[in-house]
Design a protein around this ligand. Structure first.
Ligand SMILES: NC(=O)c1ccc[n+]([C@@H]2O[C@H](COP(=O)([O-])OP(=O)(O)OC[C@H]3O[C@@H](n4cnc5c(N)ncnc54)[C@H](O)[C@@H]3O)[C@@H](O)[C@H]2O)c1
Length: 318
């Protein structure tokens, strides 16, 4: 029986796990119990900052909590997720849900079968500029996304589609409730042995289209989404946290700058939503099914890129 404080632990306290640790120490309805990481120094450091237990094993941590935040590298997501869910604990798992679609399906099915909350860390859904635009987005027919970033070795255990493009896929798929029917994509490895830069066009049964461009080998950072629908154009800048709309009203074409609350912290809103989903017994804002849907489209894009890479002379085949 759960009380109004959920006991939570974190497996993997590297870059993102340590941010989750700070959030857990700050939000209400949480008893932050402890952490586990294979890196002893890292584990002890984070445990001592937040005065929580540094567990000796994943099993010991899982035994002592109601819910787990999993922030280990993506290649370990599936193994940790299955262990957490098999022990009947709710799970927040960082994005992407898993490396393969089969693994993602197994995680989603197990959570459903055990009636446990499963949330995937697509944190951009909680970006204040996205939140401010949300209520105006209805049946878009075209979405364009651009996400470029300087090189960072973290995240390169997977290609840039599963590392970065998946954020934009999740946002776009949240608005396009239709099946993808056609994918055309190009991409290439540049600094790693996996795809580092890519561009994809995905068409849906309802005729909507998404055009996504992503790079992790750029000098500057850009994160932008443009949404076109019958009654308006919406532009979202995820980095500067600004959003505006162009709307036609009678004979005038009017720009509206949306009221974005820049003080909102996306990671905090996200973790609070996970905790509330347990307390209120409802689906979290980004469900396991959402994470799996984004991963499935990511894989369609990767497969289309691989087909093309096979035909061109690239030293690293990705
Ligand atoms: N939501 C976002 O915007 C966002 C941003 C960055 C990373 N991520 C995701 O978070 C996850 C972690 O990424 P990161 O950037 O924090 O990586 P990181 O390398 O900084 O941290 C990973 C941590 O996991 C630990 N670890 C590795 N194997 C482990 C195991 N078997 N058991 C326990 N601990 C283990 C490592 O020692 C390290 O401390 C990835 O899935 C990544 O995709 C999400």
């Amino acid at each position: 029986m759960l009380t109004d404080k959920i006991r939570v632990g974190i497996i993997g306290v590297g870059y993102l796990g340590s941010l989750h640790a700070r959030i857990l120490s700050e939000i209400k309805n949480v008893h932050f119990v402890g952490v586990y990481d294979i890196d002893l120094e890292r584990k002890n450091k984070i445990a001592s900052i937040y005065k929580v237990k540094a567990f000796d094993s994943e099993e010991e941590l899982i035994d002592n909590v109601d819910a787990v935040i999993c922030a280990v590298p993506t290649k370990h997501h599936h193994r940790v997720a299955i262990k957490v869910l098999n022990n009947n604990k709710h799970l927040f798992i960082e994005k992407p849900i898993s490396e393969t679609v089969e693994q993602g399906e197994e995680i989603v099915n197990l959570a459903r079968q055990k009636n446990l909350k499963l949330m995937v860390g697509h944190v951009e859904r909680f970006n204040p500029a996205v939140l401010a635009s949300e209520k105006f987005i209805k049946e878009p027919f075209y979405i364009e996304t651009l996400r470029i970033a300087p090189f960072n070795p973290r995240g390169t255990d997977v290609d840039v589609i599963k590392d970065l493009m998946i954020h934009d896929l999740d946002i776009a798929l949240n608005y396009i409730k239709s099946e993808p029917i056609f994918v055309h994509a190009v991409g290439i490895p540049v600094l790693t042995d996996k795809i580092d830069i890519a561009s994809a066009r995905v068409e849906f049964k309802n005729c909507a289209v998404i055009n996504l461009t992503v790079s992790r080998v750029s000098l500057k950072k850009v994160r932008e989404i443009r949404i076109f629908q019958a009654d308006r154009y919406i532009s979202i800048n995820l980095l500067s946290k600004e959003s505006y709309m162009i709307v036609k009203e009678e004979d005038a074409i009017l720009p509206y700058f949306l009221d974005v609350d820049e003080n909102l912290e996306p990671l905090k809103l996200e973790v609070q939503d996970f905790i509330n989903s347990i307390l209120e017994d409802r689906k979290p804002k980004v469900s396991g099914e959402d994470g799996l849907r984004a991963l499935k489209v990511a894989h369609l894009i990767i497969e289309d890129i691989q087909k093309r890479i096979e035909k061109i002379n690239v030293p690293n085949k990705g």
